[in-house]
Design a protein around this ligand. Structure first.
Ligand code: FCB
Length: 479
């Protein structure tokens, strides 16, 4: 594993932390990358998630989600923003899909809202919710846009959270029921599925740190939530495959290339732990490798939740793995940080460029992470299901000149192509995000879209990056 590399194997990338300089190759990128270089069968698209764009939080029979409840509590989300109205995509999807089509975007990744379909999480289905996604999917297909559907992008029905949510093993049954309902209603038209969105984030931020919904803190809920999410990841895959034998079934992971701050034993070991936590915890059991407890001793308490037969139940042979990459993490040993005994060294401290999220701009990170996942024997195919950047966009005279985002996307794409040309099985790339949207605990402030949203008027303005993506997809970019 990369993280074990000692100084003799150290790359240029790893040495930069002592010098506070930008890594070579990070700033300049060679001639603009062209779509054709990725091959005709490479899937291009944009990504979104239900809670971040739909709004319509309480209409047409939708049940509350943990995000409705969490964002309704004071001080949980910046400026007390919430997703009640968001981009009003629930009502505006026909126009938004036409906008997408006008940008020549062939694939659209979106998620289904579990509480819109099953207001109580299980049992009674909401016909209006079922009809809504039927209309959305049909409209995509009418416009020649292929739907890529995520089953779970963090908006757990609140009724299930009341019963323990991800920390309750019953969620396996609830999730199977939900997955089967989605397969039954949409499987005739949806051929690309993703089971979970970033389990490390929704368990870690939601059940351990408490900064995301449902806002729980500590190991008590987190550790069982990890195991139950790992079980659901596989069970969801099995339900979809049984009911939809022809479908392509994947799941997605947040992943960041991790490096030690200094080339010292302690930092290198800290980086190994952080890498195991951020990048290996959910993929390895699904591949039959078990949890990486050797490198993550404090997670051994998970064994208590592993029942006989679970080693097999967590396995699933996914058709593709969704890689969601934004940045890299640089890690320093910290005696005082409980359990993981490591701290992330923020980009500001390292004097490197960052986005509005304070995430380092580090294009080589996506190259390294693609290589890392490519090394796992059981992975058949990788798709970058999210990549993008938030910048402080300005709408001036009906235009948004987000050259920084264009530059970001081009440089990351360049690294994706580099990995592909070296034999990495990467077969798709989705920009996060189509439109600006509700960025979880950060509210509406960070803008990730190719399309700018004026939240007062709900007016859409295609940013320069949107025009760039269209030109790129049409094979005629001028950059
Ligand atoms: C990912 C999430 C997505 C979005 C981006 C910026 O972690 O999957 O919903 O918030 O980050």
């Amino acid at each position: 594993m990369e993280m074990n590399a000692k100084s003799d194997k150290q790359t240029a990338d790893q040495t930069i932390f002592t010098s506070n300089q930008h890594p070579p190759g990070a700033i300049e990128h060679s001639a603009a990358v062209k779509r054709a270089a990725f091959g005709a069968d490479f899937a291009w698209g944009v990504s979104t998630a239900a809670y971040q764009i739909e709004g319509a939080h309480d209409i047409e029979g939708k049940g509350a989600s943990i995000w409705d409840v969490f964002s309704g509590k004071k001080g949980k989300v910046k400026l007390n923003h919430n997703g009640n109205f968001a981009c009003d995509f629930f009502n505006r999807y026909p126009d938004d899909l036409e906008l997408m089509q006008s940008l020549s975007i062939p694939n659209f990744r979106f998620s289904l809202s579990w509480p819109r379909l099953l207001p109580d999480g299980h049992g009674r289905a909401n016909q209006a919710g079922i009809d809504y996604y039927n209309r959305l999917i049909d409209h995509c297909l009418e416009l020649g846009i292929t739907p890529w559907v995520t089953l779970y992008h963090w908006d757990l029905p609140y009724e299930l959270e009341k019963k323990g949510g991800w920390a309750n093993r019953d969620i396996v049954g609830w999730f199977q029921e939900y997955a089967a309902l989605c397969a039954k209603h949409y499987g005739d038209r949806v051929k690309h599925w993703m089971v979970l969105n970033e389990p490390m984030v929704f368990t870690g931020a939601g059940y351990f740190l408490g900064v995301h919904a449902p806002g729980r803190i500590g190991f008590k809920g987190f550790v069982p939530a990890v195991h139950h999410a790992t079980l659901c990841q596989a069970e969801g895959g099995r339900v979809l495959r049984d009911l939809l034998p022809g479908a392509e079934i994947g799941t997605t992971f947040s992943c960041s290339h991790v490096e030690p701050y200094r080339p010292q034993e302690k930092d290198i070991k800290a980086a190994i732990r952080v890498d195991a936590l951020l990048n290996r915890l959910f993929i390895e059991p699904s591949l039959g490798l078990g949890y990486p407890l050797q490198d993550l001793k404090f997670m051994r308490r998970i064994e208590k939740y592993i029942l006989a037969g679970d080693e097999d139940k967590v396995k699933f042979d996914f058709d593709f793995i969704g890689i969601q990459n934004y940045t890299r993490e640089v890690v320093k040993h910290s005696f005082w940080t409980p359990f993981v005994q490591a701290n992330l060294v923020p980009p500001k401290k390292r004097g490197v460029p960052q986005t509005q999220m304070n995430w380092e701009v580090y294009p080589q990170g996506i190259y390294h992470i693609l290589h890392k996942y490519n090394q796992y024997k059981g992975i058949k195919k990788l798709i970058v299901t999210e990549n993008g950047a938030a910048f402080a966009d300005q709408l001036l005279d009906g235009e948004v000149h987000d050259t920084n985002r264009v530059d970001f996307l081009q440089r990351y794409l360049h690294q994706v192509l580099r990995a592909k040309q070296e034999g990495v099985k990467v077969q798709g790339y989705f920009v996060w995000s189509f439109v600006d949207n509700f960025e979880w605990a950060e509210g509406y402030h960070p803008r990730f879209g190719l399309v700018y949203i004026d939240y007062e008027t709900q007016q859409r303005t295609i940013k320069d990056s949107g025009h760039w993506y269209r030109d790129f997809l049409e094979g005629k970019q001028k950059f």
